[in-house]
Design a protein around this ligand. Structure first.
Ligand code: EPU
Length: 427
């Protein structure tokens, strides 16, 4: 239950990057030694991955509030069943990691999702280039190689998942594998840095071309994940949306440049510091056009939050989704709050309204859920939000952090206080 109309004020700390964590955890399978990963976000997707890791034979020790020690010395299964993967999309990283260490993987990745079919043809192209035979039978992807060989892979589509997955598969392959037209997202760089900290030799991550010189063994090591760019962007947008004034701590401002630029365009004030960013707004919200693009463009994972923000801007904003085919299902929910948005294919036309009003809505996916939370914070009255499990998949204590900034959000039947499971009071 979200009581709208409150300005967010104060400071909030950003957790570790979900999309780096969901790759680094399976990547630990590549090492015989012990991997320690710090700044792991406390989210449901991580819990699901850890269950899969245990199922494969990994020993996991949780240390303190946000660190994990993973020991993959004795892996006894190369099979990840559908019952375990259906809960999260990024389970496809088990294919690259198991193939890269054991030359064999059987993973049942989920098919489509709420924003359209999510093909993995580029991942498969990479595995096959490395010499694996890939078979897909009744939804189970079986990848097998007698011996993997280094290769040059050109990605026809810039894909975060394929870039990381090919990197994982190639880490221990003799020779140098080259990925061209690689994704450049901060979490791609983070996973490469993680692999290097474990003993791999990956160069060029963050550019179009990544070179992976295969190493024989990976000894383990320790690594701290980067802060979550999308969580940070969500709080930046929420601060601007609510006429707030929020210091967002533990961020890498460089990763947030496209968001900063857009917020300035809509009339927010953004101040950058070394590892924090302050967002405030006093004046009216201006319209803006937004086009989602691979990094360093504007992230698709902030598109719903941005549409929510623009729903109360003066004038008409045009939003173009150019990464996913179908990422506007949540628009029907925003309309329930009074937003005036029409969608035609990849384009949403957002006619700014003067007021939104609380209503019953449901989260249709993770980022849609965050967008609806922002809209509910802007709306007059109370919004009841359903299917919030989507939000728990990828945001650590979203409502607790927002409440610490002055929001009034109650999770029904949870009895949670402002102190989260880690004992942190989000200040
Ligand atoms: N694509 C292909 N073939 C492939 C792979 C992708 O055609 O083999 C297409 C997709 O259909 C899409 C585009 O390429 O149109 C980009 O997909 P990408 O592979 O980059 O997406 P992903 O790796 O499946 C990750 C994030 C998503 C984020 C996208 C884009 C993870 C676990 N997920 O997905 O994050 O939207 O990159 O930046 O890293 C989220 O966090 O809410 C989320 C959905």
């Amino acid at each position: 239950m979200i009581m709208g109309g409150k300005s967010l004020k104060g400071s909030v700390s950003i957790s570790g990057a979900k999309n780096a964590a969901v790759a680094a955890i399976p990547a630990a399978l590549l090492t015989e030694g012990v991997c320690r990963i710090d700044n792991v976000p406390n989210i449901k997707d991580v819990d699901v991955l850890l269950d899969i890791m245990r199922h494969l034979g990994a020993k996991i020790k949780k240390i303190g509030t946000d660190a994990l020690e993973i020991n993959c010395e004795k892996i006894h299964s190369f099979t990840v069943p559908y019952e375990m993967t259906k809960k999260m999309r990024a389970s496809y990283y088990f294919i690259g990691a198991l193939l890269g260490r054991f030359n064999h993987a059987e993973v049942s990745p989920p098919g489509g999702c709420c924003f359209g079919s999510r093909p993995i043809d580029m991942h498969i192209k990479g595995f096959e280039a490395l010499g694996a035979k890939v078979n897909i039978d009744r939804g189970i992807v079986e990848a097998h190689a007698t011996k993997l060989e280094s290769a040059q892979v050109f990605l026809d589509v810039v894909s975060v998942g394929a870039t990381i997955n090919i990197m994982l598969a190639a880490t221990r392959v003799n020779g140098t594998t080259i990925i061209e037209n690689a994704a450049k997202e901060p979490h791609v760089v983070d996973v490469a840095n993680f692999l290097n900290a474990m003993g791999a030799n990956v160069r060029g991550a963050g550019t179009d071309t990544i070179k992976i010189k295969g190493v024989e063994k990976m000894a383990g090591g320790s690594y701290t994940l980067i802060p979550d760019q999308i969580e940070a962007g969500t709080f930046m947008i929420a601060a601007a949306a609510t006429r707030g004034d929020v210091l967002i701590k533990n961020v890498i401002p460089k990763h947030l440049e496209s968001i900063t630029a857009k917020l300035v365009e809509v009339n927010a004030t953004v101040e950058e510091f070394d590892d924090s960013i302050r967002v405030s707004r006093n004046g009216p919200l201006h319209k803006a056009n937004v086009k989602t693009m691979p990094y360093p463009g504007f992230p698709t994972d902030l598109q719903p939050q941005t549409v929510a923000l623009l729903s109360m801007a003066k004038g008409t904003s045009i939003v173009t989704e150019s990464v996913w085919d179908n990422r506007y299902q949540y628009v029907d929910e925003l309309r329930r709050l009074g937003a005036q948005i029409s969608v035609d294919g990849k384009i949403a036309v957002v006619e700014g309204v003067e007021k939104l009003s609380g209503a019953n809505v449901k989260a249709t996916d993770l980022r849609a859920g965050a967008g609806l939370v922002i809209a509910a914070l802007m709306a007059d009255g109370v919004t009841q939000m359903h299917d919030i499990y989507h939000i728990d998949r990828g945001y650590e204590g979203l409502e607790l952090k927002l409440n610490s900034l002055g929001a009034q959000i109650v999770r029904r039947n949870s009895g949670k206080s402002l102190i989260n499971e880690k004992g942190i009071a989000y200040v």
